[in-house]
Design a protein around this ligand. Structure first.
Ligand code: AMP
Length: 502
């Protein structure tokens, strides 16, 4: 078997040859050109070595063909790819460089002033992504699918981000599962607007589309006006994938457009065959708003850095609002009680996942890895879910979204859903605030719509008509924005700090 055939993502690029693979600010490139460019990257990374032998190569490259060529090149040289977030400040980057014990870094010229000093302080080889060359002269190593491939740093609710390591075989299982579930094929073309240091952007929107032989149109960053412009100009796009915050921003931009333009934008969405939402709970209000403006019912799915995609609504057939659907192909899911006992349908419990899609380990953290799995090998997601009529509904992360107040267990996500029904509320976030009397108090941080006001008395009156009294927030703040990470996901531990006494 030749070298390239042993890395699943690379082997597929051979099969797709001259078909377009990447359209980005640095040009339009076929799958064959991706093979040439990544071979050149690999040979530059190898220098006079034969195999990087799973050395970690951190790379800080914006969404572009150079990003994809670097990723494939690291794999083809036998290394483990560690994508760095292009908006992270130095301390976050240093944590990844040190924790992964990086052997070298690849940096785009625009990030060189930030990354090079950090690399040099660690005596790491620092290569520029625009100097990796175009021709390959080294023989590339044989890379087994059981080797480590991708190390993605994922923030927990406590402690520093941990590196979740997946092998080529695991990535292949994740890609295949997505390709099968969403029937991705060579006719697909995605408008890619997600960060490329996070699983959603790397696996769902990039690798799976390429694996199927499709094409990825990469925008350098998310910009609502630019996304609408691309969607309305292109007749070739078929797919769009994003997080709920992005859909909210696109909807706001749509609302600001004149009515004739809105008709064009709706038509642009109608030309797509699939629009997917995930990485955070999709508010039903957002689902309905999007359906009205785009004529698409968003397909909501649930996934995690450690498992790829776990649960999803169906491509064909009814999609249930506020449900994350059923297990992806080859994925197993179960809901268990605190002692690991099975929980009957309709009752909440911890969601556990098993299958060839589950990651291998937290990098250099055998204890955290052991704690993340049950004795019989299931991954403990840390999310709480309920299975209803075969479909799963998420109640949130056990650590931040499940509150214990006055002895009652309540789901922050459910309360948020109700709060969003208030006409003054644009976005709602509920957290538990420690309290001697209640255990935790239900605290709401609300972004208000322009020109609206809302105080705690009014909020409580609204809620009391709609939810049990113990779920009604007793604390309220109305900041101008909520603390978010690079994915736009609200950081609940930071939100809880808004309720700390000044
Ligand atoms: P990450 O590893 O950064 O992708 O974060 C994974 C976490 O995001 C999961 O453990 C869930 O808590 C959350 N998540 C992902 N998809 C959904 C969804 N559709 N609804 C609610 N939460 C989600």
């Amino acid at each position: 078997m030749s070298q390239v055939e042993s890395i699943p993502a690379v082997a597929r690029a051979h099969a797709h040859g001259q078909a377009p693979a990447v359209v980005a600010s640095d040009g339009t490139f076929s799958h064959a050109q991706l093979l040439d460019a990544s071979a050149a990257v690999a040979s530059r990374l190898l220098g006079n070595r034969h195999d990087l032998a799973q050395a970690r190569v951190c790379f800080m490259v914006p969404p572009s063909f150079a990003y994809v060529a670097t990723l494939f090149g690291i794999w083809r040289a036998g290394g483990i790819a560690v994508p760095l977030c292009i908006t992270h400040p130095a301390p976050e980057l240093e944590h990844v460089l040190d924790d992964a014990s990086a052997s070298s870094v690849v940096v785009h010229p625009s990030f060189e002033p930030t990354l090079r000093p950090l690399a040099e302080a660690r005596k790491l080889v620092c290569l520029r992504s625009d100097e990796l060359g175009t021709s390959s002269h080294a023989a590339l190593p044989q890379v087994d699918a059981a080797r480590g491939a991708l190390l993605i740093y994922t923030s927990g609710t406590t402690g520093k981000p941990k590196g979740a390591l997946s092998t080529h075989a695991i990535l292949q299982a994740q890609m295949r599962s997505i390709v099968q579930a969403w029937e991705l094929c060579e006719r697909d073309r995605i408008l890619h607007v997600l960060p490329l240091h996070h699983l959603h952007g790397i696996l769902n929107a990039l690798l799976s589309v390429l694996y199927a032989g499709g094409c990825c149109e990469l925008l350098p960053r998310f910009d609502a006006t630019e996304v609408w412009a691309r969607l309305s100009q292109s007749t070739q796009l078929t797919l769009f994938m994003a997080v709920p915050t992005i859909y909210a921003k696109l909807a706001a931009c749509f609302d600001d457009a004149p009515s004739e333009r809105q008709i064009e934008l709706t038509r642009a969405c109608e030309r797509l065959r699939l629009m997917v939402s995930g990485s955070a709970a999709l508010p039903v209000s957002m689902l309905e708003r999007w359906q009205k403006l785009s004529r698409h019912q968003l397909l909501e799915r649930y996934g995690m850095t450690e498992i790829g995609m776990g649960l999803g609504n169906p491509l064909h057939g009814p999609r249930h609002p506020s449900s994350v659907g059923v297990p992806f192909p080859s994925v197993q899911a179960r809901v268990v009680g605190d002692a690991g006992e099975p929980v009957a349908d309709g009752n909440p419990g911890q969601l556990e996942i098993a299958g060839p899609n589950v990651f291998r380990e937290y990098w250099n953290q055998p204890q955290a890895t052991a704690q993340a799995f049950t004795a019989d090998g299931w991954f403990k997601t840390g999310d709480v879910a309920v299975r209803e009529h075969g479909h799963y509904r998420l109640l949130g992360r056990a650590s931040v979204d499940i509150l214990k107040t006055g002895g009652y267990k309540v789901s922050a996500l459910e309360i948020e859903e109700t709060l969003r029904e208030h006409p003054a509320v644009a976005e709602a976030c509920v957290v538990g605030v420690p309290d001697d009397e209640w255990g935790q108090r239900v605290a709401a941080a609300l972004l208000l719509r322009a020109g609206h006001s809302l105080d705690l008395v009014q909020l409580r009156a609204f809620c009391k008509e709609r939810m049990a009294s113990y779920k009604v927030p007793t604390l309220l703040v109305t900041p101008v924005d909520l603390p978010r990470n690079a994915m736009g996901k609200v950081q609940k531990p930071e939100v809880a700090k808004l309720f700390e006494p000044a």
